[in-house]
Design a protein around this ligand. Structure first.
Ligand SMILES: [Zn+2]
Length: 287
C-alpha cells in the first residue's frame, strides 16, 4: 500500500514545483517591458518584491526534503528503466486525476480531451475591458452577498488604476480565498484570466505562493486545467466558475453522490458545466 502513496506525494511535490515555475514565467516579461516600451505600463514596486519573493519560494521548495527526495527517486527510477519518459507535466496532471486503484490494477489508458474549452459556449456579452473592471467589481460585490472581489494592491495604496497584469483577490466567506491574475494586450484590451491560486479563507499568503492545504492546491490545479482548456477565457465567465465553489465543502459529487470522495476524502473540487441545467456541477477529481 505505501509505495503508491509515496509515489503519489512525490509526483505531487514535483508537480507543485513545476506549477510554481510556470507561474513565475510571465513576470520577467512584464518587468522587462517596463524598460523598453515607450509608454510603460504602470509597474508598482510590489511587482518586483513579489517576484523576488516568488523566486525565493521556488528555491525554498526546490531545496525542500520532499522535492529533493522526489528528484532522487526519479533519478533512480530513470536509471532502472529510462524508457518512454515523457517530459509532460500537463499530461501528468491529467493522469493523476485517475489514480490507479491498488486493489484492481487496470492498464491506464490516456483519454485525450479535445482541446476545446471546458467553459460554457455562451456568446452573450463581449469580454470585459480593463477600463470596465472597477465598475464590474462594484456591481459584482453588490450582487453577491458571500463572495467578494477586489483589486489586490500589495501595499496600502489609494491608487485605483488597473495594472497589467492585475491581481484580483476573490473570497468566499469561510470557504476560500483566491488570487486571479488578469491581463490584456496592447491590441486587445479585453481582460483574460491568466492564472488562479486558491487558499484557505484564513491563510495569509502572497499571490504567487501556494496553500498549505492539499485541497486548495488541488483546487488551484483544477482551475489551472480549466484555464489551459481556454486560455482566452474572460473574467465574467470565469467568475461563474469561481462562485460555484460557494458550497465546496457541502456539495455532492454528481457522479458518486458523496460529499467527500472514497479515495483520499477530498471535497469535490472539479466542476463540469451542465448545459441542460445551465450550471456548474461538482465532481471529485478521482470520479
Ligand atoms: Zn465523486
Amino acid at each position: 500500500m505505501s509505495p503508491p502513496l509515496a509515489l503519489e506525494s512525490q509526483v505531487q511535490a514535483l508537480t507543485d514545483l513545476y506549477n510554481s515555475i510556470q507561474n513565475a514565467r510571465h513576470y520577467p516579461r512584464e518587468l522587462l517591458k517596463n524598460t523598453i516600451v515607450p509608454n510603460p505600463l504602470t509597474l508598482a514596486p510590489p511587482s518586483l518584491s513579489l517576484y523576488s519573493q516568488q523566486l525565493k519560494d521556488i528555491v525554498h521548495m526546490l531545496r525542500s526534503d520532499a522535492v529533493q527526495s522526489a528528484l532522487r527517486a526519479a533519478q533512480e527510477s530513470e536509471k532502472t528503466d529510462g524508457q518512454n519518459i515523457m517530459n509532460n507535466v500537463r499530461r501528468e496532471n491529467r493522469k493523476r486525476r485517475r489514480p490507479p486503484s491498488p486493489e484492481s490494477p487496470q492498464p491506464y489508458t490516456v483519454i485525450e480531451r479535445q482541446s476545446s474549452s471546458l467553459f460554457p459556449a455562451t456568446e452573450d456579452s463581449a469580454l470585459l475591458k480593463s477600463s470596465e473592471l472597477v465598475e464590474y467589481i462594484r456591481q459584482f460585490n453588490k450582487e453577491h452577498s458571500s463572495c467578494r472581489l477586489g483589486i489586490w494592491q500589495g501595499t496600502r495604496s489609494s491608487i485605483r488604476d488597473v495594472k497589467n497584469p492585475a491581481i484580483l483577490r476573490f473570497t468566499i466567506k469561510d470557504v476560500l480565498m483566491a488570487y486571479l491574475t488578469v491581463s490584456y494586450t496592447v491590441n486587445d484590451l479585453s481582460l483574460v484570466v491568466e492564472s488562479v491560486t486558491a487558499f484557505g479563507p484564513r491563510e495569509r499568503k502572497l499571490p504567487h505562493s501556494q496553500s498549505e492545504y492539499s485541497v486548495y492546491r488541488m483546487l488551484s490545479q483544477e482551475l489551472g486545467r480549466m484555464i489551459h482548456s481556454d486560455p482566452q477565457v474572460g473574467l465574467q465567465k470565469f467568475m461563474t466558475l469561481l462562485c460555484s465553489y460557494e458550497n465546496m465543502f457541502t456539495a455532492r459529487c454528481d457522479k458518486c453522490q458523496r460529499v467527500l470522495c472514497v479515495e483520499g476524502h477530498v471535497a469535490a473540487v472539479e466542476r463540469v458545466w451542465d448545459e441542460s441545467n445551465g450550471r456548474w456541477e461538482p465532481r471529485h477529481v478521482s470520479c
